[in-house]
Structures are given as C-alpha cells and as structure tokens.
Design a binder for this molecule. Structure first.
Ligand SMILES: Nc1ncnc2c1ncn2[C@@H]1O[C@H](COP(=O)(O)OP(=O)(O)OP(=O)(O)O)[C@@H](O)[C@H]1O
Ligand code: NI
Length: 397
C-alpha cells in the first residue's frame, strides 16, 4: 500500500437526483482512491449507486442529477500547469472546480467508459470500424490542440455521411479490432453492429473505449448479459489490456467471481454509501462489514451443491432524502445491528492497522478510533504522491 500512487482521489463525493418524487441520495459522501495502474472493483446490490459513482468521476451525470458536494482530484501534471488556486494541489487538479470545458475535454482523451449495453455505444447505421475510427479521430484532433468543442464530436459526430475520418484513423480502428481479438478483423470492421454477436460487440466496444488511449477507464458491468464462457473471455481481455496499456480501471459489477479474478482492490457500496474498501483478498476472505459478509454468503457455493444460497433478507432502503434515517442504512437488515446503529451514522475505521482495509460500521474495524477519511487524506494538507492514507491509519493504531 505504501507505494500506491492515486490517479484519482475522491473525497466526500455526493451526487443527488432531484426528481418529482423527491431528492435521491444516489452517492452519499463517498471517499476513496483509485491507484495508478490498478483495477478497483465496486460491488453492491442493484441501485446501490455504483454506476452513479463511476459516472460522477467521468463527468457523465445528467439532469436531474447533480454532484452536490465533494472533491475529485485527478493527477494531471500537464493540466496543472494551466491552472492555479484551489483547483490545484501538487500534481492534482480538482475536477469539480475546473471549468466545464476542461472537464469535458478529459472525456474521450484521458477518460473513457465501457457500458453494459453496447447499444449505448454504437450507432446501428454505421459500420463498427467507422465508429471506432471516429473515436480515434476525435482523440487525434484533441491531441493536435484543436479546440475543446471538437470533443462534442464524440456525441454529435455520429451522423452518416460525415467526411472527416482519415484513412490512418480507419487503419488504427482495424488494428484496435485486432487488439481485442476480433476474428477476421479487416472484414469485420466493415460490418454493422447488428452483424456482431453479443460477445464480439462487447469487444468492439472495448476497442472503441481504448481508441483514445485513455489513462482511466470505467467499465460498468462489462460482462453482464453475456454467456458465462464469453464472459470469461471478455474478462481475460480486460485484464490483458489493462496490463499492456497500463490502464487504471474502475470496474463496476454485481459479479463477485469477476471481482476475485480481476480486482486489485474492492469497494463495497450499499444504499449510496461506501461500506468497505481494501485489497480484494482481504475484503473477500475476511470481510468486516456484515453487509459484505451477507453479499458473499448470497453467492452460490460452487464447491458444494448442497449449500443453499442465503440471500440477505429485506430490501434495499429508499434513497429519498425524506425517507432516510440518521443511522446506518443497513441496520434493519443487519444480523449484528444494535440500538446504537440507528442513532447516528456509522464510523469508518481501519482494519488491522496498515493494510489499507477500511470499514464503515459501528461494530467493525480496529478499536474505538475512527478514521475520518475526508480529513485523513485531505489533499490540501499533504504533499502529493505521499500515502497519508496508510500513515494516518498507522497513527491511529
Ligand atoms: N437518471 C436518474 N434519475 C433519477 N434517479 C436516478 C437516475 N440514475 C440513477 N438514479 C438513482 O440512483 C440510484 C443509484 O443508481 P445506480 O445506477 O448508480 O445503481 P447501481 O448500483 O449502478 O445499480 P445496478 O447494479 O442496477 O446498475 C438508483 O437507485 C436511482 O434511484
Ligand atoms: Ni449500475
């Protein structure tokens, strides 16, 4: 943990949706780091705020949603040159205080996303190769210093008949299809999305996502909906690409099997909150939060067919402002809950000192000492690239 360099430092991030029914707390005071070159998995039941968290990092929250609080520090030595004041801390810039043009320029250049549903990424009326070539082209233009408004191309340019794609970009698109193991990639590049199988389209989407040579990739349920055997292939592909391209990945998934194979570290979300985070083997093998334990127990045991799945009883609570209690949001489903759990928000504590494992639960973690995450690694109080995270945890032992 001590040599971990965060690429992103997320602090007290809150994203709400302002709907007719009321205000929904989709992500509530979330704090975590994404270290350079790692795969950080986010797991949790449906509706726990995983996608909202991932999209918040990329600047992809749309109305009626809004990031209402927090800081997202992104290590960008080049951009920090152009900025000053409270937008900058060492090599980091705060994505929530820079201009929206800088923010959106990162998407399709430094940041990219793989969606669960390839339909979200592909236009049915253009060939796959052509669409990947567009992504290549957009990035090339951005690198050549063309104005940020060109990034709007990413969304708007997908119009049949547009003439701006160079042969070079198309060739690169074919190369990318090869890189993601599409058979007969040259011919396939000339086909339309509906001619691809689900697994192939998922690979093509990965090719599209890495076309801009991103630093940070959010993969939201990249294997959901695929056959188990095809899932395995996509997972291996992601792992290989991450290694080869030196990607930092935030992987959002329901599938703890995927997490155990891919994730360097794992974060567990429940009802918009981060309940536990740490090295994957620690979180999966010795979970501290009763919710994480429940989640693990609800998995089918592949080694023992007589062992039943035990789903966590009860339902995910409402995320509406008006219906949320003061205390722990899991208390009414939690086997370890006591009266104190409902009175005030659960504390976040370190687990086993310096392991980088943290848990949010009144009855878990090391002793009585609370680790206030938002202060522990407040970037304005520390030198960049210094791992105060583990240092402070050690201080609190
Ligand atoms: N566009 C939206 N408008 C209103 N509410 C939304 C919107 N998007 C998300 N939410 C709310 O935010 C909560 C968190 O959603 P999110 O998509 O992040 O969950 P998730 O953990 O990714 O779930 P899943 O595993 O089903 O994808 C949802 O329960 C929903 O109430
Ligand atoms: Ni989701």
């Amino acid at each position: 943990m001590n040599d971990a360099h965060p690429l992103l430092r997320v602090r007290d991030l809150s994203t709400k949706f302002f709907t007719k029914e009321g205000t929904i707390n989709a992500a509530d005071k979330i704090s975590f780091d994404v270290n350079e070159g790692e795969i950080l998995s986010i797991v949790g039941e449906s509706g726990s705020g995983k996608s909202v968290t991932g999209r918040s990092l990329l600047g992809l929250i749309e109305s009626p949603g809004k990031i209402v609080n927090g800081e997202i520090w992104y290590r960008s030595p080049s951009l920090r040159e152009e900025l000053d004041g409270d937008m900058v801390d060492g090599e980091y810039i705060n994505l929530l205080s820079v201009s929206s043009s800088i923010r959106s320029s990162l998407l399709g250049k430094d940041f990219s996303m793989i969606f669960q549903d390839p339909e979200e990424s592909f236009n049915q009326s253009l060939t796959v190769g052509r669409q990947i070539a567009e992504a290549v082209e957009v990035n090339k233009r951005a690198e050549n210093g063309e104005t940020y408004s060109n990034i709007d191309l990413l969304k708007d340019i997908v119009t049949p008949g547009a003439q701006y794609i160079s042969e070079e970009s198309y060739d690169r698109a074919v190369e990318l299809l090869k890189l993601v193991d599409i058979p007969d990639y040259t011919e396939r590049a000339d086909e339309y999305p509906h001619q691809f199988s689900g697994g192939m389209l998922q690979r093509a989407m990965i090719a599209q996502a890495i076309a801009c040579d991103p630093e940070f990739l959010v993969a939201d349920e990249p294997t959901t909906g695929l056959d188990v055997t095809i899932q395995a292939g996509v997972i291996n592909l992601l792992k290989n690409l991450q290694n080869e391209l030196d990607l930092t990945v935030l992987l959002i998934t329901h599938n703890l099997g995927v997490v155990s194979r891919l994730g360097d570290r794992t974060a567990v979300m429940y009802a918009g909150e981060l309940f536990e985070v740490g090295p994957t083997d620690k979180v999966l093998n010795s979970p501290e939060n009763p919710y994480t334990e429940g989640l693990l127990n609800s998995l089918p045991d592949l080694t023992d067919s007589n062992k039943y799945i035990e789903p966590i009883s009860g339902n995910v609570p409402s995320l509406l402002d008006s219906e949320m209690g003061l205390g722990c949001s899991f208390a009414d489903r939690c086997p370890a809950a006591t009266d104190e759990c409902t009175g005030s928000p659960p504390p976040t504590r370190a687990v086993n000192g310096d392991s980088g494992h943290r848990v949010t639960c009144l009855h878990a973690g090391d002793g009585d000492t609370e680790v206030p995450i938002s202060i522990e690694t407040n970037p304005t109080r520390e030198e960049p690239r210094q791992d105060t995270n583990s240092k402070n945890i050690a201080n609190n032992d």
